[in-house]
Design a protein around this ligand. Structure first.
Ligand SMILES: [Zn+2]
Length: 352
């Protein structure tokens, strides 16, 4: 494994960020797939960092034993800018505080002629834009691109372009994921979308077989343990074996879970808080709910008989995620359900 530390200049004198890039050169030549994996693009999401912590030694061992066929580029701390943002003791890793931009939105995508314009290391733009361009460059030419994230509190699930499903279900099976959300339209230029648009522009004859691009949601923000990190690393390793990046062994390829829920993103029902207050959840991620079932109460006036507002399931479905903090404003995202039926008038694929 080769490691390079790249420097990203800050916007003011005396400030620079380090981007650590690990590279493995596989022995399989041109036919073995190239892989890019990053974690921590939302810098407050750490399960992917833990997974790479365990995956990297597994890959080193495979390399030492001659079992590594494909080449890999790994960026375990994809967002040193967001990692450094603390405000009054609280970490703020999702939005760039200097520009109010979500770190996983506004990536450069190809225009209608298939031309993508990236910023260079010396472009006179904010550091966050130069970082985004660099991450895309590092992933260029890789048919397999994994962006490791997590949700507030949630089950493990993957986003996948509908065009690459069910071929990509091998990833969900290897990770033992509970669900998949399949998208076919824009997502405000998230990293995954920018990569997929570039993949499509480059694919000869539009052939995307063998390609895999995804945002992997490794459960919730606090699901960071040695056991989960190892499990996720082993799942990623099995996936890489299945795709011919690492030599296969005798272990049979895993199947999707019996209770796996894979649905187009138009089935996502984001339940908003009808009032502000203190949340008492009555369901957890992974639960199946019926229309009208009590999801949560929100305490608005503690101690009074009419001091809570009930939030009911708008339709039957599967609870994917819920808010991690227990205080909420009216209109904030409370709970995310994959509805059994598509949701009418849905706007956008992702939350802010
Ligand atoms: Zn994220």
């Amino acid at each position: 494994m080769m490691t390079e530390i790249e420097s990203i200049a800050g916007e003011t004198p005396g400030i620079a960020y380090q981007l650590i890039v690990h590279r493995f050169a596989g022995s399989g030549g041109e036919r073995a797939p190239r892989v890019y994996i990053q974690a921590g693009l939302h810098a407050d999401e750490r399960p992917g960092v833990a997974a790479l912590h365990y995956l990297i030694p597994m890959l080193k061992q495979a390399e030492a034993e001659g079992r590594l066929l494909g080449s890999l580029t790994l960026v375990p701390h994809a967002n040193p800018i967001g990692a450094a943002q603390h405000l009054y003791g609280e970490h703020m890793g999702r939005f760039a505080t200097g520009t109010r931009t979500n770190f996983n939105r506004d990536f450069p995508v190809p225009d209608e002629n298939g031309v993508r314009v990236l910023d260079s290391a010396s472009s006179a733009v904010f550091a966050e834009r130069r970082l985004k361009s660099r991450l895309l460059e590092l992933a260029d030419g890789c048919p397999i691109v994994l962006d490791l994230h997590c949700d507030d509190e949630g089950v493990q699930y993957v986003y996948a372009p509908e065009q690459l499903w069910p071929e990509m279900s091998d990833l969900a099976a290897c990770l033992d994921a509970e669900a998949a959300l399949l998208w076919d339209s824009g997502s405000d230029r998230a990293f995954e979308e920018a990569i997929f648009e570039e993949m499509k522009a480059r694919a000869p004859g539009g052939d995307l077989s063998g390609h895999c691009v995804t945002t992997v949601e490794l459960r919730g923000q606090n699901d960071v343990t040695a056991a989960l990190g190892r499990k996720d690393a082993e799942g990623l390793f099995r996936f890489l074996q299945g795709r011919g990046v690492v030599a296969k062994d005798d272990t049979p390829a895993p199947a999707l879970r019996d209770d796996f829920t894979g649905k187009p993103i138009r089935h996502v029902n984001m339940v908003l808080a009808p009032v502000g207050g203190t949340i008492l959840f009555h369901v957890a991620p992974g639960a199946r709910v019926k229309a009208g079932q009590l999801l949560a109460e929100i305490i608005t006036d503690p101690g009074r008989d009419d001091g809570t507002v009930a939030v009911l399931a708008p339709q039957s479905g599967y609870v994917l995620t819920r808010r991690i903090r227990r205080f909420i404003r009216m209109g904030d995202n409370l709970i995310k359900i994959i509805g059994d039926a598509p949701v009418a008038a849905r706007k956008g694929a992702l939350e802010d």
